[in-house]
Design a protein around this ligand. Structure first.
Ligand SMILES: Cc1cc2nc3c(=O)[nH]c(=O)nc-3n(C[C@H](O)[C@H](O)[C@H](O)COP(=O)(O)OP(=O)(O)OC[C@H]3O[C@@H](n4cnc5c(N)ncnc54)[C@H](O)[C@@H]3O)c2cc1C
Length: 467
């Protein structure tokens, strides 16, 4: 049996500018790209037609087809990676297993376990960030806790050329995928069939495929190119307006690595889109933060707020928030956008997260988990970061006494009411003047479930008591 190199794909679902693939091909052994549907992760996906799985399946099928034109093919399996990977490496005579570093606590534990079984055979390379969590440190030793100095240090560390694409080896030599599948089967493993399309692929892991017009799997690089050409220059002016397409809508593609962070940074630099670059740096700030403070995935980052905040447990309020029935049109529009589009505008995320944690005084973990069920771009580090920012419990967070007024946010960032009308059909015929606070203008709509001023005061009191 001739030796091979396995390239284990995780959140780097593309075949260009690819650190693990480049490192794998440089080993000069036939390369077999592998993807594992992690049974532990799938157990957290209760919806049979979860659109993220459709997105992944469509991407994997496209990658397999592309690899076949390059003389290879993708090997996909469904199992627990910790047990599968050592077996697979043995079955395919892998001398190297190369994968991209993943900084989430669960992923690190998985990689440590696989590393224990594989020893030096497993090699992790940096791919999903420009700077890994240990590369930008305060005085070279401690993690930054505030974004602005982190961002400054990040920019200072960025040397010309770092944003260049990682070249894939000139001579791509892939393993014969049919032979690899046979070897896997002999070892008792069951490679999934990729050749009959994403619906067939997903059926093999117990899920239903749904075509998604909003998030086509092949749209990432096209979106990036269009945004850099047309959107980036106005981003600083348009990004906060919820009814405009003023942001890139690239987050799912970045999340799963269909576009690389280097091509995003390259585009930002070329377009002089400094504000957009700043958002890419926020993403790395939160990844760094979760890496150094893994407990913040489930507990307050700021120790002074741990187990002292007296959250409300009003289930009716939580349900109204989830379903977009709070009576505050901008909150309702945003929550319904999440359900219908699997995405929400950043300004809207801030408004609804503030509303849940301040106006309704509900635990940020509930909101974090709800977003986790629906966001196409769900990313533990950014989501926890965003939620703890809004809940005033996080690193460099919103001060607790600065409570967003949902009506003012609506008037300011959706002045014409277009965002509300797009997601709240009941208010489609209502004028821009009346739409932000319909109860004040005799418009028939759900009555607000809480009164802003009283809710604001109660939230401030809750935090004051805990401070
Ligand atoms: C409560 C809350 C929860 C959030 N949860 C997530 C999440 O699960 N996944 C996620 O990718 N983003 C999350 N964000 C950040 C942000 O809202 C989204 O990244 C952004 O709305 C995606 O839209 P876009 O691609 O058009 O972004 P653009 O504005 O075009 O920004 C470009 C890219 O930069 C990154 N980015 C932008 N803003 C942020 C930010 N504030 N923090 C971290 N990265 C950022 C994303 O990768 C984004 O695609 C959250 C924000 C809040 C307030």
């Amino acid at each position: 049996m001739s030796p091979t190199t396995l390239v284990w794909l995780r959140r780097d679902l593309r075949l260009h500018d690819h650190a693990a693939l480049a490192a794998g091909l440089a080993e000069k052994l036939p390369v077999q790209p592998v993807f594992i549907f992690d049974s532990g992760i799938l157990a957290q996906f209760p919806k049979k037609d979860d659109r993220r799985l459709s997105f992944i399946a469509a991407t994997l099928c496209a990658m397999d087809a592309e690899l076949r034109t390059r003389g290879g093919g993708l090997l996909a399996l469904h199992a627990e990676p910790e047990t599968l990977m050592p077996k697979l490496a043995k079955a395919l005579a892998a001398e190297n297993v190369v994968a991209a570093e993943d900084y989430e606590p669960g992923a690190r534990a998985r990689d440590q376990q696989v590393g224990k079984a594989l020893g030096a055979v497993l090699r992790l390379v940096k791919d999903q960030v420009m700077f890994a969590p240990g590369e930008i440190l305060r005085e070279g030793t401690a993690p930054y806790k505030v974004f602005t100095p982190y961002g400054k240090a990040w920019r200072a560390a960025l040397q010309p050329g770092m944003e260049n694409a990682i070249a894939i080896h000139d001579k791509e030599a892939y393993a014969d995928v049919a032979a690899m599948r046979k070897l896997a089967r002999v070892a008792g493993l069951e490679p999934l069939e990729l050749g009959h399309g994403p619906a067939h692929l997903l059926a093999q892991v117990g899920y239903d495929y749904a075509e998604d017009a909003l998030w086509p799997a092949d749209d990432g690089r096209k979106r990036l190119a269009a945004f850099i050409r047309h959107g980036a220059k106005d981003y600083a002016k348009t990004r906060d307006f919820m009814g405009l397409h003023g942001t890139s809508r690239l987050s799912p593609y970045i999340r799963f690595g269909l576009v690389s962070v280097r091509e995003c940074v390259r585009g930002a630099l070329a377009a002089g889109a400094d504000t957009w670059l700043n958002e890419l740096i926020w993403r790395e700030f939160y990844a760094m933060n979760l890496f150094h403070f893994p407990e913040s995935a489930h507990t307050e980052w700021n120790p002074k707020y741990r187990e002292v905040l007296e959250w409300s447990h009003n289930k009716e309020h939580f349900k109204a928030w989830q379903e977009g029935r709070t009576g505050y049109p901008v909150v309702d529009a945003a929550m319904r956008q999440l359900l219908t589009d699997g995405w929400m505008h950043n300004r809207a995320r801030m408004v609804v997260a503030s509303f849940l944690t301040k106006h309704l005084r509900q635990d940020w973990r509930l909101g974090e988990a709800h977003f986790g069920q629906y966001l196409m771009d769900y990313d533990l580090a950014s989501n926890v970061g965003g939620w703890q920012w809004a809940a005033s419990t996080g690193t460099d967070a919103q001060p607790y006494f600065r409570v967003f007024n949902p009506v003012l946010q609506s008037e300011r960032f959706d002045a014409e009411g277009d965002y509300i009308r797009a997601y709240v059909p009941e208010l489609r015929g209502v004028s821009a003047k009346d739409i932000h606070a319909p109860w004040k203008h005799g418009v028939g709509y759900i009555r607000p479930i809480v009164v802003h001023e009283a809710a604001r005061e109660a939230a401030i009191a809750m935090f004051k008591k805990a401070s």
